[in-house]
Structure formats: structure tokens, C-alpha cells
Design a protein around this ligand. Structure first.
Ligand SMILES: [Zn+2]
Ligand SMILES: [Zn+2]
Length: 181
């Protein structure tokens, strides 16, 4: 099979996770996952692997060049992974295969998201990734405007979030009279 990035016959079958075989390009180290093989592995795996923390150091090369499916020739489309990973994987809507640029598969595996490829390319997952972008930009905006008060405000907000008396505490804070000495 031809590598969708290098466009050369540089792909070889390699075990890319326990009991899962993928095609790995010897030139660019990208990984192609065939849908049928992945689905069979997913069934054998049973259950869901628990998501783990994002590794501090990630060596990922997200390539934005247009790529064609090495299996059926359709255009691969980018789907953002999110959950602390800033890159996109490339998905073939026709045959369901997935392409990961160098390092992407390892990063996904390091977070135990490699059993979630079906979820990642779903509309719900993509909507949640966009929503968390919106949240992050709102947070950044508060941080910018609050300046040095942001850290304290954030700490208070996190604390308040878990309180059963939240409404009462907010009413007390909103009371314009200062606290009695
Ligand atoms: Zn390649
Ligand atoms: Zn395809």
C-alpha cells in the first residue's frame, strides 16, 4: 500500500498496539489503520480503556497537506482529537480508515484514546471539542481582564462549584454591605 503522505510504497504491516496490526510508513512513520482490522480488534478488546492524563512531552508532526485514502482514494478529512491533544487525525468517510501522522498514534495511545477512534470521528465528539475551545477562550478573556485578580477568582469559582449552599453563598457575596467585623 502507498503512504498517503509520501505517496510511495513504503508501508508495512506492524503491530501498533497489543493485538492490533496497522500499516506503518518506513519513511514518515505515519500509521494507517484499516477499518475492518480496527473494528475486529475493538470487538476483541471489549469494554473501554480508561482515559489517562496527557503526557507532558509529545513529539507529533500534524501534517495539513491534503491526503487521499491509501485504500479507496477518497479524500481524508481532519478530525480533531481534543482532550488535551491539539492535533487532528485524518479519516476516510468512505471506507472508515484512519491516518495518523508521525507521533499522533503514540500520543493517542499514551492517553488510552486508541480504543475511541469511532468516537473521535463522531459529530458528538467534534461538537464537544469545539465547545471546549469556546470555554477556553472565555476563560482566557476573564484572565486577561481580571489580571492579577484572576488566580484568586478562579480558586474561589472552583471551590464554589462543589458547594451545596452555592446559591446562599452567592447571595452573601452579592450583598453590598461589607461583612460585619
Ligand atoms: Zn510516509
Ligand atoms: Zn478509504
Amino acid at each position: 500500500m502507498q503512504c498517503p503522505l509520501c505517496k510511495k510504497h513504503t508501508m508495512a504491516l506492524v503491530e501498533v498496539a497489543q493485538d492490533l496490526t496497522g500499516s506503518v510508513c518506513s519513511a514518515c512513520s505515519g500509521v494507517w489503520l484499516d477499518r475492518a482490522r480496527y473494528d475486529a480488534w475493538r470487538v476483541r478488546l471489549r469494554g473501554d480503556l480508561p482515559e489517562t492524563a496527557t503526557p507532558a512531552q509529545l513529539d507529533v508532526s500534524d501534517n495539513h497537506k491534503a491526503k487521499l485514502c491509501p485504500q479507496c482514494g477518497h479524500m481524508l478529512l481532519p478530525y480533531r482529537v481534543g482532550h488535551g491533544l491539539s492535533f487532528s487525525i485524518d479519516y476516510c468517510g468512505a471506507c472508515g480508515g484512519v491516518w495518523c501522522d508521525r507521533g499522533e498514534w503514540d500520543a493517542i495511545k499514551a492517553k488510552n484514546l486508541h480504543d475511541n477512534l469511532h468516537d473521535i470521528v463522531s459529530q458528538n465528539w467534534q461538537a464537544a471539542v469545539r465547545q471546549s475551545d469556546v470555554q477556553a477562550s472565555i476563560e482566557q478573556s476573564y484572565a486577561r481582564h481580571l489580571g492579577p485578580n484572576y488566580a484568586k477568582a478562579r480558586e474561589l469559582k472552583s471551590w464554589l462549584h462543589g458547594q451545596s449552599q452555592k446559591a446562599l453563598i452567592l447571595a452573601y457575596l452579592a450583598d453590598p454591605k461589607p461583612a460585619a467585623p
